[in-house]
Design a protein around this ligand. Structure first.
Ligand code: MG
Length: 257
């Protein structure tokens, strides 16, 4: 009797297994091209700048288009930016200190052109030193690094003293250099530490110098980077104290991201 029960159980298990194998579930519908093609929302239309006149894209905040420094103020006084505007460009006046934009920004795409004067003198950090500060906190170095060696984490395109650029893409003095900088602003925790670090991509003359670099903190001349909680901030241009001939800027615009 016991034997009969065991074999009956074995048969029923086999039948159940066979039934399970046969059970069929619906299969995903076969994919068609249209199932993965979305038509909305359409990206906004941005009219690119005109290559011949180097004008800004249609949605850009124009920070300098050759006319005046109305978009800028003195970092020292908050009054007018007194660097010298001439011939569609402006030139650093080292006696007047740094200048910064009137407006503050979060994340952005920044276009900026700068030129080291022909015949410039000096060496290492003492030759054509300036810089562009992102949100008034983090310096992307500007320096005449054309046949001019310096500490490599302080050369053109470095986040000053934090990273070595991937290339030296300098044009020689007297020729214009083009910076395109893509910056993502940080997010802070309540306690003032980074929840999300700021990051930056720097392209000079079409050549990538920094590829989505994670900024560590402030760019100090002496000491390690510090983490300082901040919100939106201006773009600042550096008036460096070195005695070399001052550099010039032109065509500066920014697109908010
Ligand atoms: Mg500098």
């Amino acid at each position: 009797m016991k034997r009969f029960i065991l074999s009956a159980m074995a048969v029923s298990l086999t039948v159940a297994a066979a039934a399970q194998e046969k059970k069929e579930y619906p299969q995903p519908e076969a994919m068609r091209p249209g199932m993965t093609e979305f038509w909305t929302p359409q990206p906004k239309v941005v009219t690119p700048g005109d290559a011949a006149t180097a004008s800004a894209p249609s949605d850009a905040v124009v920070l300098f288009d050759g006319k005046n420094l109305d978009a800028w103020v003195s970092s020292n006084t908050g009054g007018d930016a007194e660097w010298r505007v001439h011939d569609g460009v402006f030139t650093v006046d080292k006696s007047k200190g740094d200048i910064q934009t009137r407006e503050s920004f979060g994340s952005f795409q920044l276009h900026l052109e700068w030129m080291v004067p022909e015949g410039i003198t000096g060496e290492s950090q003492g030759r054509g030193n300036s810089g562009v500060f992102l949100q008034n906190m983090y310096e992307i170095q500007i320096l005449d690094c054309y046949q001019n060696e310096t500490y490599v984490n302080g050369q053109t395109g470095s986040v000053y003293k934090q990273v070595v650029p991937l290339a030296n893409a300098m044009r020689k003095p007297g020729e214009w250099n083009v910076y395109d900088i893509i910056y993502n602003a940080p997010v802070f925790n309540e306690d003032g530490t980074y929840k999300v670090h700021p990051t930056v991509t720097v392209i000079q003359n079409g050549i990538v110098l920094l590829n989505n670099f994670t900024i560590l903190g402030t760019t100090e001349y002496v000491g390690l980077p510090r983490v300082v909680k901040h919100g939106d901030g201006p773009i600042k241009l550096q008036s460096h104290g070195d005695p070399s001939e001052p550099i010039s800027f032109r065509n500066i615009w920014l697109r908010k991201l």
